[in-house]
Design a protein. Structure first.
Length: 387
């Protein structure tokens, strides 16, 4: 089978590629369920679901995963799917979003995209929040059975990250009071992360600073993700974000700034997640999840400080600190793309197209024009694998 045109062109120096993965906040079930019915995806699902099932006895019924995670049953019978709120909780959504991303990658491989050729044709990779983790898996350039064995480890790594995150912030749902307060200012039920879209970072930072003066020191608000020049995310306790909306509701409306709660149950990318360290690092050690940065075949760029993870002694630690605790600056992941005239195309493995849009906006802000193709969209996947 001949190679996809994008790969062949990149290898001949006519336009290099960059690979990226998205983060939380996007629904994943429908995208994954579509693949579950495809016989060509059987080997992938056998690996992915077995990885989750092997850890079932350790995680089901815990504070982080009180109703368990039975992905096989959910995919086989839609009537067994739990509530949207439970699907969005960290211990479920984090590993299942990664499984969905890797399913998009697997589907592209089944349609002619070679794992190793993709790496050879790419000048780097990154991921938005948890997307950094599968980005590193691609950069390790495993293939065949070796790929599946390591993908299994990656799924377990993120399963435990989700479970320990939820144990660190064991507040699955808003209280009736928080819901009532939120509805009074025209919002839905609050979450511990909220997108604030419109105006400048400085404008929103001033609002955050004003709110924090009224809050206890252990419940202050952080600007945790800087997605694009007019898009950022706040993280905190639900009650603190409701206070932010109450204080600034009129100003937000006047400036046409949207405030939308994310589908997540933990305040990621801020100091509130610091207590996750001892429990998750014990999981990492038990799983034997350890990869030296030197094993990465292409650069993997951190969204926190722009570093190339190839310089990390062990990527297992730096990746989770970036995802759980460190703030995200998406322009730091996109700057290498903008600065490298040789990179013409970004391939995004979702889920959905949220991260595709963020990269397009950020690249425009950096003065660069690049094509960003989303593998989650059938028509764009056709372009990715076209020969």
């Amino acid at each position: 089978m001949s190679e996809p045109k994008l790969i062949a062109q990149a290898k001949s120096g006519q336009g290099r590629l960059f690979v990226q993965f998205g983060g939380q906040g996007a629904p994943w079930y429908k995208e994954l369920a579509k693949y579950y019915k495809d016989p060509a995806m059987k080997k992938f699902f056998d690996m992915a679901l077995k990885a989750l099932e092997e850890e079932k006895s350790r995680v089901d019924g815990t504070v982080g995963l009180p109703n368990g995670l039975d992905a096989r049953a959910w995919l086989e019978d839609e009537t067994k799917i739990p509530s949207d709120d439970y699907l969005a909780c960290a211990a479920v959504s984090i590993p299942m979003i990664q499984v969905t991303q890797l399913a998009h990658f697997e589907n592209a491989v089944n349609k002619g995209l070679s794992r190793k050729s993709l790496v050879e044709a790419s000048s780097g990779t990154s991921g938005h929040s948890q997307g950094l983790i599968p980005a590193s898996l691609v950069a390790l350039s495993f293939d065949g059975d070796e790929y599946y064995a390591n993908a299994s480890k990656y799924i377990k790594y993120l399963l435990y990250l989700g479970v320990r995150a939820q144990e660190t912030h064991p507040f699955f749902a808003p209280t009736p009071e928080e819901i009532e307060r939120s509805e009074k200012v025209g919002n839905k039920a609050p979450a511990p992360m909220m997108a604030v879209v419109g105006d400048s970072h400085a404008t929103v930072q001033a609002m955050v600073d004003a709110t924090n003066k009224t809050l206890p020191a252990d419940k202050k608000i952080y600007i945790s993700l800087y997605n694009s020049p007019s898009n950022r995310i706040l993280s905190s306790f639900r009650s603190s974000l409701v206070t932010f909306n109450e204080m600034h509701n009129a100003a937000l409306a006047e400036k046409k700034i949207k405030a939308v709660y994310l589908r997540t149950s933990c305040p990621f990318h801020c100091a509130l997640m610091e207590p996750i360290r001892p429990s998750f690092e014990a999981d990492i050690k038990r799983l034997g999840f350890s990869y030296p940065g030197s094993a990465l075949k292409i650069p993997v760029y951190s969204f926190y400080d722009g570093r190339d993870l190839r310089k990390d002694a062990d990527i297992a630690i730096g990746m989770y600190l970036d995802m759980a605790i460190n703030p995200l600056y998406w322009d730091k992941s996109m700057k290498p793309v903008a600065d490298d005239a040789g990179i013409t195309t970004v391939i995004d493995f979702g889920p959905g197209k949220t991260s595709q849009r963020l990269s397009e906006e950020t690249l425009q802000g950096l003065g660069a024009t690049k094509t960003v193709l989303a593998a989650a969209l059938p028509k764009e996947l056709e372009t990715i694998v076209a020969q």
